[in-house]
Design a protein around this ligand. Structure first.
Ligand SMILES: Nc1ncnc2c1ncn2[C@@H]1O[C@H](COP(=O)(O)OP(=O)(O)OP(=O)(O)O)[C@@H](O)[C@H]1O
Length: 264
């Protein structure tokens, strides 16, 4: 057994997230202290509107933090130049896809943009990374298709392939399994699990598939009205973190099965 301490890829200190307008400050969550290590698959769960996307957007610098510090690979997130940041962090948002007219091969190749020169000329290394990303996500038979021809599940795999081609130590995905059937939800989450394990990348994703996340994640972040809990799924089940996620008038969390049950 390898007992070497794992490197911390992302660390937050007293982070507050939310929205600032001229008139008011809307704090969505405060005092967020997280340490995500290399090779970890981390699921982010919570009720609708609790702040999962806000947290992911803040961690990827799409929106500013209200307070606190975010360290990515030992460097403060704020101090990265855009191109450097793109070699450290990739984000997969299903809803925003620049051009569905691109072929799958072209979309995956976009992941190499931070590394190619100003005319976008690809080197051996870029071609190799694109090939690897296509192999590992099993999308070889889709490469010539245009993105508008893909099903939601296929598009999801292609977007993950683009993030893999980007070859960053940290990957974030906002609800990567929305619109998928139960088989393909499990398929995508197992793919993420395998990637984190085999490539030692840190993968953080938001999801409403709480039972799958409990089964597959190394760690989970549970956001609720009172703040958030962070730890291994088993520990979170034991400390009843999932029971406080939703009002208990309709559903109850069953700690034995790790699932929600409808009240009879
Ligand atoms: N651009 C914005 N300006 C102000 N408030 C916002 C903005 N975007 C989201 N919010 C508010 O922030 C809160 C958290 O929203 P967020 O989208 O982060 O939740 P979520 O957990 O991702 O929800 P869901 O599971 O429904 O996707 C909500 O109350 C929402 O209304």
């Amino acid at each position: 057994m390898n007992n070497e301490p794992l490197n911390i890829v992302l660390k937050t200190e007293d982070l507050s997230i939310g929205y600032r307008t001229k008139k008011e400050l809307n704090v969505i969550a405060a005092d967020i202290n997280l340490k995500l290590h290399e090779g970890e698959l981390v699921g982010l769960v919570g009720a609708n509107g609790i702040g999962k996307s806000t947290l992911l957007r803040t961690l990827s610098r799409v929106q500013p933090a209200l307070h606190g510090k975010i360290m990515l690979s030992d460097i403060e997130l704020q101090s990265y130049k855009s191109v450097e940041l793109a070699s450290q962090l990739s984000i997969v948002l299903t809803e925003q896809i620049a051009s569905k007219n691109l072929t799958v091969q072209e979309l995956v190749a976009l992941g190499r943009q931070p590394y190619t020169n100003w005319v976008g000329k690809m080197a051996e290394e870029d071609i190799e990374q694109i090939k690897k990303a296509i192999e590992v996500t099993h999308i070889g038979d889709l490469v010539a298709k245009r993105c508008f021809e893909l099903s939601d599940g296929q598009l999801q795999k292609v977007l993950i392939a683009r993030a893999i081609a980007q070859d960053t130590p940290f990957i974030m995905l906002d609800e990567p399994t929305t619109h998928l059937d139960v088989y393909h939800k499990a398929y995508i989450l197992k793919l993420l699990k395998r990637l984190a394990f085999e490539t030692r990348k840190t993968i953080l994703f938001s999801t409403h598939e709480i039972d799958f996340a409990i089964q597959l994640c190394d760690k989970m972040i549970v956001m609720n009205q009172d703040g958030f809990e962070f730890g291994r799924p088993k520990e979170l089940v034991q400390c009843r973190a999932f029971s406080s996620l939703f009002p208990e008038d309709l559903i109850l969390f069953d700690s034995k099965s790790g699932r929600y049950k409808v009240r009879s």
